[in-house]
Design a protein around this ligand. Structure first.
Ligand code: FES
Ligand code: FE
Length: 433
């Protein structure tokens, strides 16, 4: 883990940064607004970032049984994740028939021993092997069933249940890629005795804004009090003590990943009571907390129970461990448009009343009609509209450069943008500017 605002060591050409302009001597960090609007930059992002990074596909708990599958778009490409019936392995296949291209897995999710292409009825098993070809004799003896198996995405690895894929066969191993983010995933997973699951059902929505605005927003402590004013007023009305405010730190976790970690006044289903949960929940939460302390010691248990984390795993996975645990990924569709999918994650086998409290907590703040998400969507779309006004070339992301970084500064966004610049390269956009 490196300190926020320490420049990357492999920045060989510090002079050629036309789109991310960093000037530590003057405590200035700017990002050119064409990064949010240019179709050329958008195309290059798909090529230079989304083809080479590990991208979140789904969680192993979504395909618990042999033959379980889910269909997913990853970087705009149709793929599907399936647990092989014979091997028990989680595969991620390109969702395209090896005959003439049709999408093979057409349902969003389900359980299947075989996938039959609807076009000419070629059939593949859950390990991807080609099993059946109608009028087989028409091809003669040499039809190579192995060569015509479904194609796996170049690299597929999982970290403690989180399944990632990468289209670049030469990418570093996932554990190395995750770098400092691993410890934060561990903290969440360990707090549930290693058994987390995705709760069935998703939030899916679209934002008319550049995808990087959501990267920034997801780890932005600065906007919380102003943008989410209604939520804070609601908590106060319920009797929550907001005197302590939101205090925390941000960390650069390496490879563009960053986290915001802070103590917050709201409750946490894992072990921090608040009035929203009701008086009857107090004893239960006290017992949960004692259990955490017994298992993990006071210090780690307190971090699990009392502190919140908003983490960005570069480029497009957000894990929020706040009043509930959410996993959110988003796919750029155009310079000014993205699709977002969010899931709620919970300890496997959680008692029904705890699960209910968690879901309430999730929906109250993070759901599509919750206190946070519509406000954030409005803020991001508003930025995108503002870019179209022109007249201002740069976004300013320098907050906190003149002091030791605090949670509501912008160092975590600078972490993101430095990595973005490294991947995009320094100088090919002169004419766009
Ligand atoms: Fe799938 Fe022909 S395209 S069987
Ligand atoms: Fe927000």
């Amino acid at each position: 883990m490196t300190l926020i605002d320490s420049p990357p060591t492999d920045r060989a050409d510090a002079t050629g940064f036309p789109l991310v302009d960093e000037d530590p001597a003057h405590h200035r960090f700017r990002v050119h607004r064409s990064t949010m609007t240019s179709p050329e930059i958008f195309r290059d992002e798909l090529e230079r970032i989304f083809k080479h990074c590990w991208l979140y596909v789904g969680h192993e708990s979504e395909v618990t049984n042999p033959g379980d599958y889910v269909r997913r778009p990853v970087a705009g490409r149709p793929v599907f994740m399936v647990r092989g019936v014979k091997s028990g392995t989680v595969h991620v296949f390109h969702n395209t028939c090896t005959h003439r291209g049709a999408v093979v897995c057409r349902q969003r999710s389900g359980n299947a021993k075989v996938f039959q292409c609807f076009y000419h009825a070629w059939t593949f098993d859950s390990e991807g092997q080609l099993k059946g070809v109608p009028d087989r004799e028409a091809y003669g003896e040499k039809l190579d069933f192995d060569a015509l198996a479904l194609k796996s995405v170049a690299r597929v690895e999982s970290y403690r249940g989180f399944v990632f894929a990468c289209f670049d066969p030469d990418v570093e191993d996932l554990v190395d890629y995750l770098a400092g983010a691993r410890e934060y995933l561990d903290l969440i997973i360990d707090s549930a005795d290693g058994e987390m699951e995705i709760i069935k059902g998703t939030n899916e929505y679209c934002i008319e804004a550049n995808w990087k605005l959501l990267c920034e927003n997801s780890i932005d402590g600065y906007h919380a009090v102003s943008t989410h004013d209604t939520y804070f007023k609601y908590l106060v009305a319920l009797g929550t003590d907001l005197q302590g405010g939101v205090k925390g730190t941000a960390k650069d976790l390496g490879n563009g990943h960053a986290v915001l970690e802070y103590a917050a006044p709201w409750g946490r289903p894992i072990a921090k009571w608040e009035p929203l949960f009701g008086e009857h929940a107090k004893d239960e939460i006290t017992a949960l907390r004692a259990d955490l302390v017994a298992k993990h010691g006071e210090e780690r248990a307190s971090r699990m129970a009392d502190t919140n984390r908003n983490m960005l795993i570069y480029p497009n996975l957000v894990v929020n461990d706040i009043m509930a645990v959410t996993v959110r990924t988003f796919m750029p569709l155009a310079p000014d448009r993205m699709d977002i999918t969010a899931w709620e994650m919970a300890p496997r086998g959680e008692q029904p009343q705890l699960r209910q409290r968690r879901l309430d907590s999730f929906l109250t703040f993070l759901g599509p009609a919750g206190f946070a998400t519509p406000d954030d969507v409005e803020a991001l779309e508003s930025c995108q509209q503002g870019f179209n006004s022109g007249g201002v070339e740069w976004n300013d992301i320098s907050r906190g450069m003149a002091r030791e970084q605090r949670g509501n500064d912008e160092g975590q966004m600078r972490t993101f943008w430095r990595r973005w610049q490294q991947q995009m390269g320094p100088s090919s956009y002169g004419e766009i500017r």
